[in-house]
Design a protein around this ligand. Sequence first.
Ligand code: F2R
Ligand code: MG
Ligand code: MG
Length: 308
Amino acid sequence: DRTRRVANAARSLHGLALGDAFGEQWFGYRGAELTERLTRRIAPQARLWYWTDDTAMALSLLRILHLRDVVDQDALAAHFAASYEADPYRGYGPSMHGVLRAIHEGEPWREVTRRQFEGQGSWGNGAAMRVAPLGAWFADDGLVVVAAEAERSAETTHAHPEAVAGAVAAALATGGRGEAAPDPVEFLAEVAGHTPESDVAAGLRAASRLPAHSSVRHAVSVLGNGSRISAPDTVPFALWTAAHHPDSLTEALWHTATGGGDIDTTCAITAGVVASRTGTTDIPKSWITAREPLPTWVDTGSTSAPPR
Ligand code: F2R
Ligand code: MG
Ligand code: MG
């Protein structure tokens, strides 16, 4: 049982990290060159595709699952903060620098996260961007468990209900998938139905109602593309592309990247969901080589201290 959890979550994390690193590359291109590369599907040319905060935080989340089997919120918040302190230049969201530093200095995470944005808490997409491997970890436990654990993982950094709903939706999209690719309309409607009522859930319902064969441009005009870095303008689009390309991670990534916006994060979410079923087997070898490696404990599920 545990071996299966480790393998499910590792598959999702490899996809998430690939999506993150692939997506981040597009911020290095502008104007005509960006359009041409995306239209003609010319992969980014950098030798090494670094992953960003999306992957750094997903690694912390998976590490805590390996060590504790469930989301231990205190341990998770501390791991996020320690990982940030060790490597703060991964492109963290603007408010996360202060949040993670304060937690590292010993302030209770619940107080820190609740005082963000004049007491509203963050509605950023940062809780959703890292959560797919959690959905894969709890996939055999049912949607109620997946949703509850996703909520607990989100709360450690993001107190706003929209951020929590975004994390719940992304985890459900990963954990609620069987062996066969689900019908996209039913899949999006089901995820929406189990997501707490929110703008995220409304966006997912809108995604489920988009006509079949809608263009990426049309989907972005209705759903957003993460350009506001918020959960509601990120998660519905990322799950729409995942729903429509359930059998090809490569196809899902090109479609997601073409949508623009917060590309590392839309691609991380899409890829974490799709790869939980498909793995990264259809990804070109050159992409796999280019992506910055992940620590080896991801695949082994080892709970010993990682080598430094
Ligand atoms: N931040 C980025 N990319 C741009 C900067 C990278 C740059 N290279 C660098 O090194 O700094 N990417 C990453 O951030 C996103 C995840 O963000 P997260 O973790 O949710 O952060 P934050 O700051 O809490 O929320 C994001 C922004 O959303 C707005 N916001 C959130 N809650 C709000 C509220 N209640 N009221 C008003 N605005 C709110 C703010 O503008 C936040 O700063 C991912 O894209 C990740 O890749
Ligand atoms: Mg990022
Ligand atoms: Mg991002």
